[in-house]
Design a protein around this ligand. Structure first.
Ligand code: NAI
Length: 475
């Protein structure tokens, strides 16, 4: 006699920030919930090989960098600091373990059943895992994304790595080429540059951080170049030849030409480096899910198609996070996880996609929310811009961290805040104030009239808001 399949109100496939948050919220709402995860630990890319370990390495490498290059100027003599890569990696592993075990604890606390295995969707209401069938009144696919491959570049996670390999290099490479001047490239490039690598970023477009406000991206490039990062813009890598201890990349001009030798005569240029990081974006991960058989539609970029309520074309099957449209960001996936759980439980949910902040954790940090100047111009929206430099902020001076600025964009007529773009110390934390104001439909004047503690970095946000009306005090 065959075993009666277990029945759940909700089965979530994938335990990244989208999936695990969805499972916890669903359990809070009284749904009998299981979460299937193929990896040994919970937390998906973000906790295991993404946001969390990269921030651990960014944090320790920043301290090292300060000890090596800043301390002496501030009157702290520590001699020449030595980086112990093994210990740095041990710190990173400890942080990852604490976070992933934290999710296991939260699952227990909320009575979410954790199933280890690769889940496949058999159709509406049915999931298969480890050869067993599970009945699921609702299914949420939250399988995330994987690094996008590039033709001619064979990733071995040793000499040619993705973000995963870049988190575990065995030694600091003398030279590192980063393909892709996006978030991963700049963050991981920063880590290895601080530890001693000569980093060259090769970017297809004529600017880094595409999608972010143009002025922000220009300033980020200027500051990172000052730190020693080299940029080859409007360039593409067409081949990589690997030999012992080195990789030779072939670079060709992309649309718009390329500075340097290849740009002058339009001939391919070669670049010899010890290690290559491929970071040209991520693509939805749906391998082994059986979407075809289940009849779940994907779009031409491999993203699962969903309606406004995260439901796929198959009733009762939902999808959230990197595997669907929109920004590939952990916090976007988390919010979708909460909302889809609430919708499944019969409530209504809402996400304001125009108000999702994006942060790049370089030093200084780069943070952005809402419309860029380029977008406002394109849409023909009349706006006012207020800018304030960290150089004029007392706390930033005290911290010896004066690079960058805050820029607030507000509607010319109504003064409503439409966007904010920050490059500077703790930009990722500072932007939260503006996100909150924007969520309430607030105006630049609301920020300007709000009391900001002195001396704080937050005063730069207030001053930028004052500058929207042409009345900053400290500049
Ligand atoms: P990305 O989309 O941020 O940047 C990829 C870059 O590669 C772009 O500048 C693009 O123009 C360039 N590119 C594309 N094809 C190329 C080629 N053939 N040659 C040279 N350059 C090329 O993608 P990235 O950095 O790989 O990150 C993946 C995702 O992960 C992003 O959606 C990002 O938002 C997310 N992420 C977010 C983080 C954060 O919030 N701090 C940290 C790391 C990743």
């Amino acid at each position: 006699m065959s075993e009666t399949p277990e029945t759940y109100d909700l089965v979530v496939i994938g335990s990244g920030p989208g999936g695990y948050v969805c499972a916890i919220r669903a359990a809070q709402l009284g749904l009998k919930t299981a979460c299937i995860e193929k990896d040994k630990t919970l937390g998906g890319t973000c906790l295991n090989v993404g946001c969390i370990p990269s921030k651990a390495l960014l944090s320790v490498s920043e301290k090292y960098e300060q000890a090596a290059h800043q301390f002496a100027g501030l009157g702290i003599d520590v001699g020449t600091p030595k980086a112990d890569l093994g210990k740095m990696m041990a710190h990173k592993d400890k942080v990852v373990a604490a976070n992933t075990q934290g999710i296991a604890f939260l699952f227990k606390k909320n009575k979410v059943t954790h199933i280890v295995g690769t889940g496949a969707v058999k159709g509406a209401g049915v999931v298969e895992v480890n050869g067993k069938t599970i009945n699921a009144k609702n299914i949420v696919i939250a399988t995330g994304s994987e690094s996008t491959p590039l033709k001619g570049i064979d990733v071995d996670e040793k000499q040619i790595v993705t973000s995963t390999g870049a988190l575990s290099l065995e030694k600091v490479p003398k030279t590192l080429a980063v393909i892709g001047g996006g978030v991963i490239g700049l963050e991981m490039g920063t880590v290895w540059q601080r530890l001693g690598a000569k980093v060259t970023v090769i970017e297809f477009l004529d600017r880094i951080l595409p999608g972010m406000d143009g002025e922000l991206s220009k300033e980020a490039k200027k500051i990172l170049a000052k730190q020693g990062m080299e940029f080859k813009l409007s360039a593409k890598v067409t081949a990589a030849k690997t030999a012992k201890g080195k990789v030779t990349l072939t670079l060709e001009p992309a649309a718009g030409g390329m500075p340097g030798e290849a740009g002058k005569n339009n001939n391919p240029e070669t670049l010899e480096v010890e290690t290559v990081l491929l970071a040209i974006g991520r693509r939805p991960y749906t391998q082994g899910l059986g979407l075809d058989k289940a009849g779940v539609k994907v779009d031409n970029r491999g993203r699962i198609e969903i309606d406004d309520h995260f439901q796929t074309n198959v009733k009762g099957i939902y999808a959230i996070g990197d595997v669907v449209r929109g920004a590939m960001l952990a916090h976007k996936a988390e919010d979708e996880g909460v909302v889809v759980a609430e919708i499944i439980a019969g409530q209504t949910g809402h996400i304001n996609y125009d108000n999702i902040p994006g942060v790049v954790y370089t030093f200084p940090e780069v943070a952005s929310v809402g419309a860029t100047e380029e977008q406002l111009k394109e849409k023909g929206i009349a706006y006012k811009s207020g800018k304030f430099p960290f150089m004029a902020n007392g706390r930033a001076r005290a911290m010896a961290a004066t690079d960058g600025f805050v820029k607030i964009l507000a509607d010319a007529k109504t003064d409503r805040v439409l966007g904010c773009h920050i490059i500077g110390p703790e930009a990722g934390t500072l932007i939260a104030e503006v996100v909150a104001v924007m969520e309430f439909g607030g105006a630049a004047e609301d920020i300007a009239r709000t009391c900001h503690a002195h001396p704080t970095l937050n005063e730069t946000v207030k001053e930028a808001a004052l500058a929207v009306d042409g009345r900053p005090i400290h500049i």
